[in-house]
Design a protein around this ligand. Structure first.
Ligand SMILES: Nc1ncnc2c1ncn2[C@@H]1O[C@H](COP(=O)(O)OP(=O)(O)O)[C@@H](O)[C@H]1O
Ligand SMILES: [Mg+2]
Length: 261
């Protein structure tokens, strides 16, 4: 079995990049071979995974996408994949923003990442794609390249409100570019389960998902400063403190996700 997941939400700060890094690490601790792809020009995943000097990268998702779109011969995968602790990463930097502006209107551009990842699907059991806070051409590429989409939601109203737009985007990609893609589920992140806000938002999400064909995952990622501490150290939270609550939650989530695969 090998599978490609996008972690997507047009809302920033909901835990997409943290989830890619920590879920990726948890899956690798389960013995899976994991590749994480940074498709957000802000490059948070690249930085948090510990890639040094992103601005100086010779190869990145930007150069890879351009090479595929220009039908050039791709470099050896070892040249653009960076080993980081327990996972491998295709990093990026701010230049990736230019892909959207300069090449976003070209014919078939939505399938560029899918083509780039096709040979790598043989080498990795799990590929996780980190996306930016927009529903533009880069996120369309991520969803087109994926089997499944995971949507992180925080217990804040604005985080839940944009959901319909994202669901529509997945439907559009399904119709035009990738008939097999599904929404795997909603992952509640940064939760303090004792608060009223958490209870209210969970209720809203449950009501929303009743009419839809995807789940809210059983695993809930708690709010914990350890995640930010680990990010600061360019580590996954599991490396920073394997026993803390968010580390255990990401391990639980990795197991839950694999139980649906
Ligand atoms: N479970 C958590 N508890 C507390 N803070 C978190 C948690 N997950 C992420 N964060 C912090 O929230 C901020 C946004 O997270 P990030 O993963 O970058 O979100 P996104 O990629 O959606 O913009 C970061 O500063 C990160 O350290
Ligand atoms: Mg991010």
């Amino acid at each position: 079995m090998n599978k490609v997941y996008s972690i997507a939400s047009q809302k920033g700060g909901v835990g997409k990049s943290s989830t890619v890094l920590n879920l990726g690490t948890a899956l690798s601790l389960m013995g899976k071979k994991v590749l994480c792809v940074d498709l957000d020009p802000q490059g948070s995943l690249t930085i948090c995974a510990g890639v040094k000097k992103p601005d100086k990268l010779t190869h990145s998702t930007y150069t890879l996408l351009n090479a595929v779109l220009d039908k050039e011969t791709l470099p050896e995968s070892g040249e653009y994949i960076v080993p980081c602790e327990k996972i491998d990463v295709i990093p990026c930097n701010i230049r990736l923003a230019a892909f959207e502006t300069n090449r976003g209107h070209e014919m078939g551009v939505q399938k560029t990442l899918q083509k780039a990842l096709a040979p790598l699907r043989e080498q990795y059991e799990i590929i996780l794609i980190d996306t930016g806070p927009s529903l533009g051409v880069l996120t369309a590429n991520a969803i087109t390249a994926s089997d499944s989409v995971i949507i992180p939601v925080t217990p804040q109203l604005l985080s839940a409100v944009g959901l319909k737009l994202l669901i529509n985007t997945v439907e559009t990609v399904k119709e035009h570019f990738n008939p097999n893609v599904v929404i795997e589920g909603i992952l509640m992140t940064m939760c303090d389960t004792r608060t009223n806000l958490y209870k209210k938002i969970t209720k809203i999400m449950e009501q929303m998902t009743v009419s839809l064909s995807f789940r809210i995952f059983n695993t809930i990622i708690p709010h914990s400063t350890n995640v930010g501490e680990a990010n600061l150290r360019c580590q996954s939270v599991l490396t920073f403190d394997g026993q803390c609550k968010p580390s255990q939650a990401y391990m639980e989530f990795a197991k839950e996700l694999m139980s649906y695969a």
